[in-house]
Write a protein that binds this ligand. Structure first.
Ligand SMILES: O=C(CO)[C@@H](O)[C@H](O)COP(=O)(O)O
Length: 196
């Protein structure tokens, strides 16, 4: 069982989501979007209240970045948000397991946190598969290097929430990429239901 520590180089200084930004996005999207804040930061405790005030629906923090995940989960819930728990590639899934019944989403990073455009780490898929087997109704997200070439592996392993940056932004037809990612995931989820 390995848990990597969180280094301060992962602190993202440009967290400036504020109410006007969230409100403007809500208006532009013309619907009621779900804001999951993936807090790739040191000391995630300090941003819970500001994110709740800003209108976040879910607060996702890194297991490696806190000494007391239980207290943080409680605080997030008390601030009216759902809870996401992320692990870096070097952290084994057994470390996340004790918290799985208390969270809404597990996020398995498929690149080292830092920047977009990195290569998808296929060797993270056993983590996703293990989580899906143990916690059939848990939301499981993958983040990093996910696109049309890698989505099938993620979906087959059991991921039902996808973060995709470069594959969408660099495409000439982002809409069709999004639609493909969605359909591959929902088909895999349907198959899992039928197989159960
Ligand atoms: O924040 C991170 C990695 O630090 C990810 O969210 C990536 O930014 C996703 O981008 P692609 O890997 O899909 O380009």
């Amino acid at each position: 069982m390995r848990k990597r520590t969180w280094s301060s180089r992962h602190f993202v200084p440009n967290i400036t989501f504020g109410h006007p930004v969230v409100e403007s996005l809500r208006k532009q999207l013309g619907q009621d979007p779900f804001f999951d804040m993936h807090m790739m930061v040191s000391r995630p405790e300090q941003w819970v209240k500001p994110m709740a005030v800003a209108g976040a629906n879910q607060y996702t923090f890194h297991l490696e970045a806190t000494e007391n995940p239980g207290a943080l989960i409680k605080d997030i819930r008390e601030n009216g948000m759902k809870v996401g728990l992320a692990i870096k590639p070097g952290t084994t899934v057994e470390y996340l397991a004790p918290w799985a019944n208390q969270i809404d989403m597990a996020l398995v990073m498929t690149v080292e946190p830092g920047f977009g455009g990195q290569k998808f780490m296929e060797d993270m898929m056993p983590k996703v598969h293990w989580l899906r087997t143990q916690f059939p109704s848990l939301d499981i997200e993958v983040d990093g290097g996910v696109g049309p070439d890698t989505i099938h592996k993620c979906a087959e392993a059991g991921a039902n929430m996808i973060v995709s940056g470069s594959a969408i932004m660099r495409s000439e037809d982002p809409r069709s990429v999004i639609s493909l990612l969605r359909s591959v995931c929902s088909e895999a989820a349907q198959k899992r239901c039928l197989d159960r």
